[in-house]
Design a protein around this ligand. Structure first.
Ligand code: HEM
Length: 263
């Protein structure tokens, strides 16, 4: 870990806005509600460990498919829960030492095992080649962003660590965004199965799965990059209006931006 709990407390955001905003109006509350709703919806068929209850077609021709799928899901839950906690200002304030140690858990008990198993099941997905391609790319990016963020943190490069960890968190939530796209496409495209897909349900489902898979991570990653760039540009503008001695990172902290390196 690169910061002690004391250092962490010392770098808490100071803006009045962040302090006075009621908890139910904080964006994190919406994320927490979404994550809990997703877990309540997604997990029940898999906690029974009965392949017959799986929501997706199980590849019975590959004996390891179902155990790897279950391994992926349970480790992904660890990643998703910890990512949601780590973006919460409440968690960081209330449990500073758990906040610091949770990063290692996120990386080694969550993302790394979950992404490796996602690569394995993603490569043989029943939803077609486009979905397989997306799964392989996003699982690789998930691993790369997380490990890069973790290693930057170990080297004390906290600003860059924060950027890469935020990318990692966004990729972790791709599972939720994916289902939202899929439901939307299903509602829009189902009535057009005859005109657009020659009556083939399978062709429609593969198209929906492929589009949802790609959109679930490309759009949020682009959005995050745009947000980070806008914040940087605003900090640079403020720094130049304050005088060249003022480093943009100091300006970001004065603005009440989260302390660097701790997403
Ligand atoms: C970028 C990260 C992720 C990747 C690449 C990924 C990949 C996959 C793949 C390949 C499958 C098998 C289905 C298929 O072939 O399409 C799957 C299923 C599943 N994944 Fe993930 N996953 C990711 C993150 C997560 C997260 C964070 C969760 C949260 C708990 C999760 C929960 C599930 C569940 C519940 C299933 C079973 C399918 C269902 O019932 O909808 N995944 N995932």
């Amino acid at each position: 870990m690169t910061m002690t709990t004391e250092q962490l407390s010392a770098t808490r955001p100071t803006s009045g806005k962040a302090k006075t905003r009621p908890w139910w109006r904080h964006p994190w509350t919406a994320v927490a509600v979404l994550v809990v709703a997703f877990l309540l919806f997604a997990l029940p068929p898999y906690v029974t460990l009965d392949p017959g209850q799986s929501r997706i077609p199980v590849r019975f021709d590959i004996p390891l498919y179902y155990p790897v799928l279950i391994f992926h899901i349970f480790t992904a839950v660890i990643a998703l829960v910890i990512a949601s906690l780590r973006i919460s200002p409440w968690f960081k304030r209330r449990y500073p030492s758990a906040f610091l140690t949770s990063e290692r858990l996120y990386v080694f008990a969550g993302v790394v095992p979950s992404a490796i198993s996602a690569l394995a099941i993603g490569a043989v997905s029943s939803f077609g080649l486009v979905t397989r391609t997306s799964h392989i790319i996003v699982a690789t990016l998930w691993l790369v962003c997380t490990i890069k963020g973790y290693r930057l943190g170990r080297r004390g490069e906290t600003e860059e660590q924060r950027r890469w960890m935020l990318r990692s968190y966004v990729l972790t939530t791709a599972a939720i965004v994916n289902r939202m796209w899929a439901i939307t496409f299903l509602l829009v495209l189902s009535p057009q199965v005859d005109t657009l897909f020659g009556g083939s349900q399978q062709a429609m489902l593969q198209a929906i799965s492929g589009m949802s898979a790609f959109l679930s991570w490309t759009v949020p990653l682009i959005g995050l990059q745009w947000w980070q760039d806008s914040k940087d540009a605003a900090a640079r503008r403020r720094a130049s209006s304050m005088g060249s001695w003022q480093h943009p990172e100091l300006v970001r902290l004065q603005d009440g931006v989260q302390p660097v390196g701790r997403a």
